[in-house]
Design a binder for this molecule. Structure first.
Ligand code: SF4
Length: 268
């Protein structure tokens, strides 16, 4: 694992090609922060530069305000990556701008799909309707993979209670989307729905406008549906498809033409 003194001197034009972190580092970090609450852990890893260059990946969804508020209270200049797929609800884009302003975030980065790739592979803009995996690949997975190349670690807002696919995630894990050995940090993984609600109330955070309309999990508009009370909060995502994740938390697979970002090695 990178020592604090070393990581503080990491630069974005790094030339070493070895993995930033290993599975042993992730295990050590999980042990190191066992018993620490979320704020203590974030203060240590952000404030002390323990993880090198870090960004937070945010969907600006129903619960995103909590992690962004926690991070803004430590370092409002931390890069915030928002994947602007071109398919978001207008309410989500407005909410993004509201959160940035309210929380004082100073480094929002809108990550967009490559225009030429979209023109070639999703000219109609309807790929989501017949090939959602391919659409997510073009609009989310590859743009984010490219954006993350310059970072050593990323924060996600995933919680264990959100779905069975997230139930057993650790706080620190190796990002397996490529071989660079970035860390993926899930600061809210052990938070319950009540904790999220209480944090919103305690800090008077603005809710996403679509939550009150019956959307507990919010992604792109064509692929997000209302959820009945008591259902898995993410069951409204890609309704009717055997798909539960957009792919940004999975190994990167080749796109329809076998293309991958520079330096990416798919894990088959
Ligand atoms: S969530 Fe839907 S619209 Fe958004 S990138 Fe994935 S398939 Fe496309």
């Amino acid at each position: 694992m990178a020592e604090a003194s070393e990581s503080q001197h990491r630069t974005r034009d790094r030339i070493d090609t070895g993995p930033r972190f290993t599975e042993a580092d992730a295990i050590r970090l999980n042990r190191m922060f066992r018993g620490s609450d979320t704020q203590e852990m974030l203060r240590a890893v952000i404030g002390d530069g323990l993880l090198g260059e870090v960004a937070v990946v945010s969907s600006m969804g129903a619960e995103s305000a909590v992690l962004l508020h926690l991070i803004a209270s430590i370092d409002p200049a931390l890069p915030v990556l928002f994947i602007e797929t071109g398919k978001h609800f207008p309410e989500t884009l407005a909410y993004r701008d509201t959160l940035v302003e309210r929380l004082g975030l100073t480094d929002l980065r809108n990550i967009t799909p490559d225009a030429a790739v979209l023109a070639a592979k999703d000219e109609s803009g309807l790929r989501w309707s017949y090939d959602p995996d391919g659409c997510c690949e073009l609009r989310k997975v590859l743009p984010l993979a490219n954006a993350l190349e310059q970072f050593d670690a990323s924060f996600t807002g995933r919680k264990a209670f959100q779905s069975s696919t997230r139930a057993n995630l650790p706080r620190f894990e190796i990002d397996t989307s490529d071989k660079q050995g970035r860390l993926k940090v899930n600061p809210l993984i052990d938070w319950q729905a009540e904790d999220i609600t209480a944090y919103f109330t305690e800090h008077a955070l603005p809710p996403h406008p679509l939550v009150a309309a019956g959307f507990p999990s919010i992604g792109c508009s064509p692929c997000t549906h209302k959820v009945a009370p008591g259902e898995d909060p993410r069951s409204g995502r890609w309704k009717g498809w055997d798909k539960t994740e957009c792919g940004i938390h999975s190994p990167v697979q080749p796109g329809p033409d076998g293309e991958l970002p520079p330096g990416y090695e798919p894990v088959f």
